[in-house]
Design a protein around this ligand. Structure first.
Ligand code: SAM
Length: 280
């Protein structure tokens, strides 16, 4: 039995076996399934062996009328399930305006959580997961994309972007121009037969895709935070470099900045090490 109100239901991002029992129940019991593309969702339901219920197409930006119709059904106590073509609705997919309208009108909203390329990519990236920033799709035009990356890459968190495989090479090249040694991770075709991932500096990845050409399929691009540059140097090695700089008359501030840039070690790490050096 599905309760009245809107249910935001996640569906697989490639592998149908990732559908959850609760998602099946939500799709089976809903009075109405709102989706991006009724044919696409109809096909998924028949592949899952589910009898398609009433499907209606919904898009945030073009479906003001469809939204009002859905809201009217919801206000009449109907159970509506929202799905997108793949993954979690609202995450670079339609649904935000519908949920907002439900909240404003006191209509219950709940979710059946599940797959999303965002978290699937992050957890296998090897990049810090304690703090991350989801940037959605980067702008289409080269100038706007560079400007956006310039800003994103100053944020102290792992940056996650959805990207089309076709534009991947250009995007990685832009990242490499801004910070060649910045670690990046790329996940392609997650949960599908040809799943693949790369983990290297932006410069190496840019070179790889320049030579190999654009891959096919769906990709997620992740950029390490500024402080997570790859460095194999131990604390002792960095301390040695700091002491050497100081002995050459370099100021403490300049030494921290220079050694952080030269070695790729995070500025705060180098600064903390500098604090342990007694120059009195
Ligand atoms: N709502 C979806 C979610 O929760 O992941 C995302 C929809 S967005 C329109 C589509 C983008 O998600 C793709 O361009 C790609 O960046 C990413 N994506 C979706 N499925 C993927 C997969 N299986 N592997 C890698 N990236 C994927």
């Amino acid at each position: 039995m599905t309760s009245p109100g809107l249910t935001i239901t996640a569906t697989p991002i490639g592998n149908l076996d990732d559908i959850s029992p609760r998602a099946v129940a939500s799709l089976t019991n809903a009075d109405l399934i709102a989706c991006e593309d009724t044919r696409h969702t109809g096909l998924m339901l028949s592949r899952l062996g589910l009898k398609p219920g009433r499907l209606v197409s919904y898009h945030d930006h073009t479906s003001a009328e469809a939204r009002e119709n859905l809201l009217a059904e919801l206000e009449n106590g109907k159970a509506v399930t929202l799905v997108s073509d793949a993954g979690t609705p609202l995450i670079s997919d339609p649904g935000y305006r519908l949920v907002k309208a439900c909240r404003e009108r006191g209509i219950p909203v709940t979710t059946v959580p599940g797959p999303s390329a965002l978290l699937a990519a992050l957890v296998i990236s090897g990049l810090p997961t304690d703090r991350f920033y989801f940037a959605g799709f980067l702008p289409n035009t080269a100038a706007k994309r560079k400007k956006t990356l310039d800003h994103l890459m100053t944020i102290d968190a792992t940056i996650i972007c959805y990207e089309s495989a076709r534009r991947l090479g250009d995007t990685i090249a832009d990242i490499a121009l801004i910070s060649p040694q910045r670690l990046c991770s790329i996940a392609r075709e997650l949960t599908k037969t040809f799943e693949e991932s790369w983990h290297d500096t932006a410069a190496n990845l840019a070179e790889h895709f320049r030579l190999a050409g654009a891959p096919k399929g769906e990709v997620v691009v992740m950029i390490a935070p500024p402080d997570a540059l790859e460095t194999d140097l131990s604390d002792e090695a960095i301390l040695g470099l700091l002491k050497e700089s100081l002995s050459q008359g370099v100021s403490r501030r300049d030494a921290v900045r220079q050694i952080s840039t030269d070695t790729g070690a995070g500025k705060s790490r180098v600064y903390d090490l500098m604090l342990t050096i007694d120059t009195a």
